[in-house]
Ligand binder design. Structure first.
Ligand SMILES: *[C@@H]1O[C@H](CO)[C@@H](O)[C@H](O)[C@H]1NC(C)=O
Ligand SMILES: *[C@@H]1O[C@H](CO)[C@@H](O)[C@H](O)[C@H]1NC(C)=O
Ligand SMILES: *[C@@H]1O[C@H](CO)[C@@H](O)[C@H](O)[C@H]1NC(C)=O
Ligand SMILES: *[C@@H]1O[C@H](CO)[C@@H](O)[C@H](O)[C@H]1NC(C)=O
Length: 392
């Protein structure tokens, strides 16, 4: 969309360069002062920033970089606290342990909703005939849901209130994970909202999730006010600003990752205490930052960095676009399933667009398995189109 901006920036730099070239030569004393200052800045810079990430290392070769670090006293590395040492150890052990094998692996569909689910009938169509390959969990934070599908009856987990932006949202996600982990056959865990619908038939989604080698956790670096602008210095030293990440809450994850989320207290408590709306003038939203930052820190190569749930932010309002019944057409659904690149836009004035191909075990595939937000009135049209649009 706005990739051209980086190009424009480059042009500006070139013009400055030309400008400099036509300037008259500097007088001698000034020239020496400038040179000495540049050298000092260079040495201080090389010392303050660890050699690997120092700009000097990009300018010169890595050999030059090594030579610079040899001159300087060693950069003090931070001593980890007891809690960090223990946390790193537990996470490493879980990641290195062979995954629990199951004779009949299942996908856990975890619904996070305030009240009754408007699309149970659609999900019933989706689940029908695939008994034994899935399990359903419902966390209803406001009203006890009235279920209309047999796949949802008696699947409510003990629920609690959820306050938007606060850690109670993450607590509800963890509650769903804990309930779903109790069944050892559950190998992959997907979080869905009441306004989510499936974009494919059951077999396609099941194979996609059971056979993936990563978890689909959305995570990107946003230097703008809705990203790093929400970071609090109280999170350091365990979480530094450079590691702060953002992403949509609608994850899907492997069993090992689900266990790690439940095992974590250290990073969780930082977000519980320092990431909430209105704290120190920031509007930090815990569920948009905790898991994206946590996985970036502990297993960056183990997550896809995008979510398998599509949402349309193109209207650039506070809330994403909600599809009405009249919006639901074969064309809309095919448009969503044809997307093969994940796109993130930063919230600063640059509005930089980050694009990555959606790779599934190394193969580029459509990014999305689910989509939101659909209004309840869209149910009948989705039911009528289901067999058609989910045919691959
Ligand atoms: C996700 O992003 C991290 C950087 O934060 C990167 O190291 C990792 O390779 C990315 N994952 C995939 C599957 O590309
Ligand atoms: C599908 O995408 C095309 C191209 O982006 C667009 O012109 C068209 O309006 C979209 N159709 C629907 C139904 O969203
Ligand atoms: C997943 O599989 C792809 C393709 O084989 C490979 O490049 C990638 O490193 C794997 N990722 C993990 C986390 O195993
Ligand atoms: C689905 O509907 C579209 C538009 O009505 C049609 O072009 C297409 O052939 C149908 N596909 C299947 C698999 O029935």
């Amino acid at each position: 969309m706005k990739t051209a901006q980086t190009g424009r920036l480059g042009m500006g730099d070139m013009q400055n360069l030309h400008g400099a070239r036509h300037r008259p030569p500097l007088k001698r004393p000034l020239w020496i002062i400038v040179l000495v200052s540049l050298i000092s800045i260079f040495i201080i810079g090389a010392y303050v920033y660890p050699p690997q990430s120092s700009a000097a290392c990009y300018i010169f070769s890595s050999r030059g970089c090594k030579a610079i670090s040899d001159w300087l006293p060693p950069v003090p590395t931070r001593e980890y606290t007891d809690e960090e040492v223990a946390s790193h150890l537990v996470i490493r052990e879980i990641l290195n342990a062979p995954p629990l094998q199951s004779e009949s692996p299942k996908v856990a569909f975890m619904f996070l909703t305030p009240y009754s689910l408007p699309f149970e009938k659609l999900w019933e169509k989706f689940f029908h005939g695939h008994e034994g390959k899935f399990s359903v969990y419902v966390h209803a934070s406001k009203d006890k849901p009235v279920h209309v599908s047999r796949y949802f009856v008696n699947r409510d987990v003990r629920s609690d209130q959820v306050i938007w932006g606060k850690i109670s949202m993450v607590d509800a996600e963890k509650r769903l994970l804990a309930n779903a982990l109790e069944d050892p056959d559950n190998q992959h865990f997907v979080l869905l909202s009441e306004s989510c619908v499936p974009l494919y038939n059951f077999d396609y989604i099941y194979n996609h999730l059971i056979n993936t080698n990563v978890s689909f956790v959305d995570s990107f670096e946003d230097p703008g006010p809705h990203g790093n602008g929400r970071y609090s210095e109280h999170m350091s030293p365990e979480i530094e600003k450079k590691d702060f990440r953002k992403g949509a809450q609608w994850f899907s994850m492997k069993r090992q990752h689900a266990v790690i989320v439940l095992a974590d207290h250290l990073y969780y408590s930082k977000f519980r205490d320092y990431c909430k709306p209105g704290l120190e003038g920031r509007n930090c939203i815990a569920d948009e930052h905790y898991l994206p930052t946590f996985f970036h820190l502990i297993d960056p190569g183990g997550i896809a960095n995008w979510s398998v749930t599509h949402v349309d932010w193109s209207e650039r309002k506070w809330h994403p676009k909600s599809y009405k019944a009249q919006d639901v057409t074969y064309g809309l659904l095919k448009n969503i399933t044809s997307i093969q690149e994940s796109v993130h836009v930063t919230s600063d004035e640059k509005k930089e667009v980050q694009r990555w191909p959606c790779l599934w075990n190394g193969i580029q595939k459509p990014c999305y398995l689910f989509a939101r937000k659909f209004l309840p009135e869209a149910l009948d049209k989705l039911m009528n189109h289901f067999a058609n649009y989910t045919t691959i």
